[in-house]
Design a protein around this ligand. Sequence first.
Ligand SMILES: Cc1cc2nc3c(=O)[nH]c(=O)nc-3n(C[C@H](O)[C@H](O)[C@H](O)COP(=O)(O)O)c2cc1C
Length: 145
Amino acid sequence: MYRLIYKSQPTTSLNWEKVREILVQSEQNNEAQGITGVLLATEHSFLQVIEGKYETVNKLFMKIVSDSRHSNIQLISFDLIDSRLFSGWGMKGLGLFDFNTEEARMLKKKYGEDNNDIHFPLESWQVLSLINDLKMVRGLPEWRH
Ligand SMILES: Cc1cc2nc3c(=O)[nH]c(=O)nc-3n(C[C@H](O)[C@H](O)[C@H](O)COP(=O)(O)O)c2cc1C
């Protein structure tokens, strides 16, 4: 089992509708392929974690890289893992738009800020820590299944 993490920039500024389109497209494909993961989005960045078999993750990443909806793809990690962190999530989307709560301020302080958005880290342990923090933030209106 492998886990791949990358960060990219959307070619047009993002909103939840655009993220939702990707998720609808992804969920069925991913479930059929045994892929799990999470897609984080701010107005100016994507960050995605993809888990599955080596070949499957590789092929999906190649497809995603050539998608014109984003560019400047930065591979953060591609690691052999013992078990999934996101089992049951065909692809969970987390949109961090208009995210101006006390929690958002705390997370921006911890992870840094990019154009008013939370800065998505370039180290895998920080990415996993950010996702964990986001999971713990209750009452987040943009938290979607
Ligand atoms: C940021 C981003 C993340 C994506 N994640 C996935 C994904 O997890 N699974 C997936 O099947 N497609 C994903 N896609 C869409 C693929 O690039 C592609 O458009 C889609 O899989 C349809 O391909 P098909 O027509 O070959 O089925 C993503 C696209 C973007 C821009």
